[in-house]
Design a protein around this ligand. Structure first.
Ligand code: ZN
Length: 76
């Protein structure tokens, strides 16, 4: 017990999760209304100039997808 914890979550499961997040991200960025998978609220998209880290956020803060832009300048 314990040593096999890491293998419990199969690679397939992780891939499925990644794809699910990608799909949500694509839809939201295409302007579609997407509901939070946790609470059902409509997800909000914040772009580069929003003053927040770019990403997709649930209004109740239980879900977020951060988006990294290649050209995002580093702040010090
Ligand atoms: Zn939510």
């Amino acid at each position: 017990m314990g040593r096999d914890m890491l293998t419990r979550r199969s690679r397939e499961e992780i891939l499925r999760e990644v794809k699910r997040i990608q799909r949500i991200r694509e839809k939201v960025m295409a302007g579609e209304e997407v509901k939070c998978p946790n609470c059902g609220q409509t997800l909000m998209f914040f772009g580069k100039d929003s003053g927040k880290h770019p990403g997709i956020y649930c209004p109740t803060d239980d879900f977020e997808i951060l988006i990294e832009y290649d050209h995002l300048s580093k702040e010090d």
